[in-house]
Design a binder for this molecule. Structure first.
Ligand code: UDP
Length: 463
């Protein structure tokens, strides 16, 4: 994978304050965004929660301002079914005061250049009112794809429509969503197990996205060109599509939370080109013991080399890999490797990788596209079912495991992707998309133009 150094600019000095959400898939790309803006001449300040804090010494040219987040006390507030909306709402509520104080102090810091804008994760919905009251423009960062934003906005509507009462036996379960014909009703249902709470939370987020001064996506134009038009109607705020952000600077994967294992690289180097399946379900998704065992049986039966990331705590009720089927390791022998965490971008760029079995997180999907690695999709929740549907049915750069993690389905899909003609077609389509990413970064390309217009916008008229 090639990276693109943005042209450095000595713009009139301004500060930009960023406030990322403390989870790997949001913090990583926002730090990349900060690095890109730094190359454009801005001074960077990162306000961050104490939870999962970035490693300050990796960014000597940034100023970091940790704020109290109340996370140490979260155990006393746990609902019965904690979901992403619970955690992020908690964070919003417990960061509100410390964030306001921190921002207010930064705005009046003596001998510092003016603050041009605040960029927060879109899901920090409390920050809009605070920014308004302190008269600083807020631009939001959206860490997922574009369709997910629209579907999230409509989640309460889908809840009212009764989608979440449907079961696999109902005929409506398999049909298309009228408002989003590419999506199936079951994809929407998989977004959340607590749709009422999630819908209310997302409604708050979207209201504040609409009230913001602009929105930045970690994406490029091509995959979602059609939906971008709907978006300009529904969210009439300036939009910047300057991704995939990881294409810019030649930085390694940002590891905030997990320690990387690199010991498997000598094994990977010894594998034939495009022969290995790389399996990873991201930084948050959890699977049941029986799903874990089905993956293991699938990997045993297919007889293809694999590198499998099993995070500690990923399997419900297990520390790590205790519940692997008996004899798994013996049967697999040197054909496979299990690691706790790896430098994923480096792995995907490796010649030996032939396919990426992913949970369809947005960062992972973009990374797969940038390296032209066809995907098998096993989405868990939130945006993943939507992304997986697009990967498989719209962009046709991967195959969705429609029936979840189950060994026969796994074997069939791996065969289609790694051995059949269908797999070759998928590989050539993802390579075309990869080429489109490269074009978007060339002189005059869409991502480059979007970065320039973001910088111009940030500098225009404010302060
Ligand atoms: N990742 C990694 N090593 C691993 C697994 C994942 O570096 O072993 C990185 C991956 O490259 C991606 C991020 O973790 O950048 C996961 O983000 P994504 O949006 O795909 O999923 P999330 O973790 O937010 O569900």
């Amino acid at each position: 994978e090639t990276t693109v150094e943005p042209t450095h600019h000595a713009t009139p000095c301004r500060r930009i304050i960023l406030f990322p959400l403390p989870v790997q898939g949001h913090l990583g790309p926002m730090l990349q965004l900060a690095s890109i803006l730094h190359t454009q001449g801005f001074k960077i300040i990162i306000i961050h929660a104490e939870q999962n804090k970035p490693n300050h010494s990796d960014y000597p040219h940034f100023t970091f301002k940790p704020i109290a987040d109340g996370f140490s006390d979260i155990g006393n507030h746990m609902p019965e079914k904690p979901d992403p909306s619970f955690y992020i709402t908690y964070l919003n509520e417990h960061c509100a005061n410390s964030f306001r104080d921190c921002l207010a102090r930064l705005l009046v810091e003596p001998n510092e250049p003016p603050v041009a804008c605040l960029i927060t994760d879109a899901e920090y919905y409390i920050t809009q009112e605070i920014a308004d009251s302190l008269k600083v423009p807020r631009v939001v960062f959206w860490a997922c794809n574009i369709v997910s934003l629209l579907v999230y906005r409509d989640l309460s509507f889908f809840y009212e429509k009764g989608y979440f009462n449907l079961t696999t036996k109902d005929p409506e379960y398999e049909v298309s969503v009228p408002e989003y014909p590419f999506l199936k009703v079951k994809d929407v249902i998989k977004i959340s197990k607590t749709p009422y709470r999630m819908g209310k939370y997302l409604t708050k987020v979207m209201k504040q996205v609409n009230a913001s001064s602009g929105i930045i996506w970690n994406s490029f134009n091509e995959p979602e060109e059609a939906i971008l038009k709907t978006l300009s109607h529904d969210f009439p705020i300036p939009r910047f599509t300057l991704g995939p952000l990881q294409k810019y600077l030649p930085s390694s994967t940002l590891d905030i939370i997990f320690e990387q294992d690199r010991t498997f690289f000598s094994w990977l180097d010894a594998q034939a080109p495009k022969s290995v399946i790389y399996v990873s379900f991201g930084s948050l998704a959890r699977i049941t013991k029986s799903e874990f065992q089905e993956v293991a049986y699938g990997l045993t039966d297919i007889g293809i080399p694999f590198l499998w990331v099993v995070r500690q705590g990923m399997v419900e009720g297990s520390e790590w890999i205790e519940c692997l089927p008996e004899k798994f390791l013996e049967e697999v022998g040197d054909r496979g490797r299990i690691v706790k965490w790896c430098p994923q971008k480096e792995v995907l760029a490796h010649d030996a990788i032939g396919c990426f079995w992913t949970h369809s997180g947005w960062n992972s999907t973009l990374e797969g596209i940038c390296d032209g690695v066809p995907m098998i999709c096993s989405p868990s929740d939130v945006g993943q079912p939507i992304i997986a549907r697009y990967v498989s049915d719209v962009w046709k750069i991967g195959i969705l495991l429609e029936n979840g993690l189950e060994r026969d389905g796994i074997k069939r899909v791996v065969k289609r992707l790694m051995l059949d003609k269908e797999g070759e077609d998928i590989r050539s389509r993802i390579n075309i998309l990869k080429e489109k990413v490269n074009i978007s970064f060339q002189e005059g390309g869409s991502s480059r133009r979007s970065l320039k217009s973001l910088v111009d916008y940030i500098l225009s008229g404010w302060n």
